[in-house]
Write a protein that binds this ligand. Structure first.
Ligand SMILES: NC(=O)c1ccc[n+]([C@@H]2O[C@H](COP(=O)([O-])OP(=O)(O)OC[C@H]3O[C@@H](n4cnc5c(N)ncnc54)[C@H](O)[C@@H]3O)[C@@H](O)[C@H]2O)c1
Ligand SMILES: O=C(O)C[C@H](O)C(=O)O
Ligand SMILES: [Mn+2]
Length: 576
């Protein structure tokens, strides 16, 4: 494995990680590089393809290996876009983009940053879902780490590789709950790769500081177990004490290897996500994106809707369809907003109706988690608990879908809600597109175009009152890149819930609806870079307030955030 082949600028101060570029514009600078020939071309972070100048081709023994033409990054981007355009499907485009990522990261990120609205659905939701399902077909070369249960004794040695010395942020999954697509085993690797490419695209975190990890603890997906081409550990999932010990060993190994790393958990099952977060959140700098990131973006969208008509959340009635990681996470943050607005806990809790696949959560139901028990109704004895009946009786003003099940927001449900609510807020947040609780088009038709709609996956724009209206994507992609940037910039030792609240308020402050009554709840994905910086700044101030990072001045915080931002541009190379 190659290692230490390039030098970085010194850290600006304290524990800030080394960066290659400073500020939002790349500095014209020269990088000292030790690799040459095939090794240099095979290094995705250093490879420039045809953009190596003729002097560099002399110095790095590239003549003959490259065809004669010399191209600029702009020309490469144009050529790549043309090629992508001609491919037959989003899946084919995803596969090609992944290949670009593994061969020339600068070009890959130049494409993503310049064409984020077109690229996001290809490298991320929804196409990444299909990529996880078909991961065994498309696996080509190593990226990130597969830490499998049978190889647990070697985990520390695997992490010890000097190639990972600069890692500052890890996204880890065990692949058990991939979007709404269930258990994808080792194929779940698509998700950490996709999430981390957004850390770089949106927040400018240098790709060499990121590490995607799959904890391969088996799979209960029978199709995968029976597929001779399956790339993962062909074994049923490890459970109970053995699973917990494996997670414990992983966290300890990570903490020993990188004491200041930010550890992001993603797409664990509902049964494991919250307990893991509770176990480790006071031990290291860690968060669960499905619980906390989702809560923050949803809260931001709802705060934006409320602000538009001077409403208060404590006066809304919320139905949450889905009582797992996302459902409980969102409800807890919304509850905090109501408490901040001055509601009593009792009054605030009375505003929530949370349902799962067995209907309304009722006090005393067996098997409720602590999070679910908090929202279980005490006042619903002997009444029907199915979704339709609850909707008929509770007069909801906000309906959130995090069930992972397509089509649950039926015409009856939406019409019922629209009877008693002038501007129903309806968010089918389940991913990917095929698992959305309803389409925006249907919701608008069934609500006489009165609903405020937002989805988890991207949907095409709507034609509303003769105008084109962008569909908001309430996806945690609006939060985690900026939060990660905050953690790296501040060196925060812990991630507090109030940092997610601050992130939500920071994002809500950018809502187009604030200045335009017909505007969207959230800024467009083309502004995700700006969003990440705003989220990072808001969360960083809160981290300081919460005492989980040094008490930097506002200027220092901003400088530390901005100094981390890596921009995908080539720099000149000189031979060491
Ligand atoms: N938009 C976003 O940013 C975002 C973020 C996180 C999760 N999600 C989506 O939310 C969904 C759930 O994720 P999660 O992490 O909470 O999963 P989870 O497995 O922890 O929870 C799923 C919940 O849905 C319930 N459910 C299943 N079938 C149901 C039915 N027919 N009716 C009512 N409830 C039903 C389950 O009982 C469970 O409570 C997934 O589709 C995921 O893609 C979206
Ligand atoms: O991955 C996404 O698009 C959002 C979310 O984390 C999910 O699990 O659906
Ligand atoms: Mn997720």
């Amino acid at each position: 494995m190659t290692q230490h082949m390039f030098f970085f600028l010194p850290a600006i101060s304290g524990e800030t990680a080394p960066t290659i570029f400073s500020g939002d514009k790349p500095m014209t600078r020269t990088l000292s590089v030790a690799l040459s020939g095939q090794d240099l071309l095979n290094h995705p972070f250093l490879n420039k393809g045809l953009a190596f100048s003729s002097e560099e081709r002399d110095a790095f023994e590239l003549h003959g290996l490259l065809p004669k033409a010399v191209q600029t990054l702009d020309q490469q981007v144009e050529a790549a876009l043309k090629f992508l355009d001609a491919l037959p499907s989003p899946f084919a485009r995803h596969v090609h983009l992944r290949e670009l990522q593994d061969t020339n990261e600068t070009l890959f990120y130049a494409l993503l940053t310049r064409k984020i609205d077109a690229m996001l659905p290809l490298v991320y939701t929804p196409t990444v879902g299909e990529a996880c399902q078909r991961f065994s077909e498309i696996w080509r070369r190593p990226r990130g780490l597969f830490l499998s249960y049978p190889e647990r004794e070697s985990m520390e040695d695997i992490l010890d590789n000097p190639a990972y010395d600069d890692v500052r942020v890890i996204v880890v999954t065990d692949g058990e709950r991939i979007l709404g697509l269930g258990d994808q085993g080792a194929g779940g690797m698509g998700i950490p790769i996709g999430k981390l490419s957004l850390y770089t695209t949106c927040a400018g975190i240098s790709p060499d500081q990121t590490l995607p990890i799959v904890l391969d603890t088996g799979t209960n997906n029978q199709d995968l177990l029976q597929n001779p081409a399956y790339i993962g550990w062909r074994h049923e999932r490890v459970r109970g004490a053995e699973y917990d010990a494996f997670i414990e060993r992983f966290v300890t190994a990570v903490q020993t290897r990188w004491p200041h790393v930010a550890l992001h958990w993603e797409d664990f099952s509902g049964a494991n996500a919250a307990p893991i977060l509770e176990r480790y959140r006071d031990r290291l700098c860690t968060f669960n994106d499905d619980i906390q990131g989702t809560a923050a973006v949803t809260t931001a969208a709802i705060l934006s809707a409320n602000a538009a008509h001077d409403g208060k959340l404590k006066d809304e009635t919320i139905v949450m369809l889905g009582a797992g990681s996302a459902g409980v996470g969102i409800a807890k943050l919304l509850l905090q907003v109501m408490l901040d607005e001055g509601a009593s806990e009792e009054d605030a809790l009375a505003r929530f109706y949370m349902l799962d696949q067995d209907g309304l959560l009722l006090d005393g139901r067996e098997g409720l988690t602590d999070g679910q028990a908090l929202f279980a109704r005490k006042d619903w004895k002997d009444r029907p608990t199915d979704f339709e009946s609850v909707m008929r009786e509770c007069k909801a003003s906000i309906l959130i879908g995090v069930s992972g099940v397509k089509g649950l927001f039926t015409e009856t449900i939406v019409r019922e809600m629209s009877k008693t609510c002038k501007r129903p807020i309806i968010f089918p947040l389940s991913n990917p597109t095929s698992h959305s609780e309803a389409t925006p088009e249907d919701i608008m038709a069934w609500s006489d175009e009165r609903a405020l709609v937002s989805t988890g996956s991207p949907f095409p724009p709507l034609d509303l009152h003769g105008r084109t209206h962008r569909v908001d994507q309430t996806n945690n992609a609006y939060i985690f890149p900026g939060l990660g940037l905050c953690l790296l910039a501040t060196g925060a030792t812990r991630v507090t819930d109030s940092m997610f609240m601050a992130a939500a308020r920071g994002l809500a402050s950018l809502s187009p609806l604030r200045s335009n009554p017909d505007g969207n709840l959230l800024p467009p994905v083309t502004q995700l870079r700006k969003v990440a910086l705003a989220v990072a700044e808001a969360a960083a101030r809160q981290a300081r307030e919460d005492g989980v990072c040094p008490s930097f001045s506002d200027d220092e915080l901003l400088e530390r955030i901005q100094s981390l931002v890596w921009t995908p541009e080539y720099c000149a190379y000189e031979k060491i």
